[in-house]
Design a protein around this ligand. Sequence first.
Ligand code: RAT
Ligand code: ZN
Length: 419
Amino acid sequence: MTHYLTDSRALQGCVKKAVRETPVFDMHTHIYPPQFGELLLWGVDDLLPYHYLGAEFFRYSSQTPEEFFSLSKQQQAELIWEALFVDHSPVSESNRGVLTALNKLRFDVGARDLNAFREYFANVAVEDYVDRVFELANVEAVVMTNDPFDDKERQVWLNSKASSDPRFRAALRIDPVLMDWDRSASRLDGWGYRVTSLLTEETLSEISRFLYEWIERLKPLYLAVSLPPSFRYPEESKRARIIESCIIPVTRKTGIPFAMMIGVNKLINPRLGQAGDGVGRCDVGAVEALAGKFPDNRFLVTFLSRENQHEACVAARKFSNVMLFGCWWFMNNPSIIREITAERLELLGTSFVPQHSDARVLDQLIYKWSHSREIIAEILFEKYEDIRRTGWLVSEKEVRRDVKNLFSDNFKRFVGTKE
Ligand code: RAT
Ligand code: ZN
């Protein structure tokens, strides 16, 4: 006999437990397995100079970005620790994140002793630490961001030392092809593809060959790009031609989705490097047009601007080949996660991917998932409470099913890896 959760407190406890215990398939990160060498960032001296904190540091410090970036990462970590944690209270989300990660690693954060944290990281083997972080974060697997235009990463793949660890899955990232074809043409040319900056038939077919070859090499779960607020479709541009003539046919034939992360204004303050990007509102109509014109293709979509979130939900209601995912970057703050998650549940039921971590430093998996789980559990409980008042009761099995869909199965089904 099905046991339904009649009591509000029991329901809340069950939701919290299911959310805590269900492993996450983290569909967008920037972390790598240890065999990728220095591409894998980890430990407190990588956590502190993370660019989300870097951007906040310059609000308090009189140091110039040029001076700051010329320092070693240990020196940067010390300056950030002083400015953001000691001289001011670390209440921002990225600062709180460092504290949550350290706390869950069982450090005494209240002692405010950076060197005590360092001592641990100096003595732990990275392989053991990866296991510990995955366990603490309750993450089953992560999807990396794999960029063939990054020379270091390219070498790893060409030397075929690529990941054999099933916890690290690939995503083929191709920003330079769509955002700067003229420059990318000369790189592809140097790698032996017969391309020119003009999009001749031969060039288009060689771009497709490049994509097929990297898909074969990486076995990615999807192909991805980050796009600016000015992204339009249809439009008269090289970008739109490459999308239509290469990306759409190649992803359809290989059966992988095309992920569009839309809304970043790159380097509005170039002096800040990775921390210098801004946000702008996008035209959701571009996604609707692509999804409508290519119904046999699948699109993973996320927007960086809060203003786009509601329109994005409506677009996903119209096109089942669109899967909304994550609270991306500037959206990954508790107040906004709460708002977007509620909005998505109200407009899409449980048919979306509520979160990804975007972790750039391994340890961030711990806090990004702990913070998000807390909010997702609260909102899910509220939604079950709302229907409970009509007399519709849910069982623990149903709660666990819903959470599993949100945390992993929706994504796996969409990319076709779920049996
Ligand atoms: O969130 C970030 O760390 C950004 O710098 C970007 O990496 C963004 O998530 C992206 O994938 O382009
Ligand atoms: Zn990212």
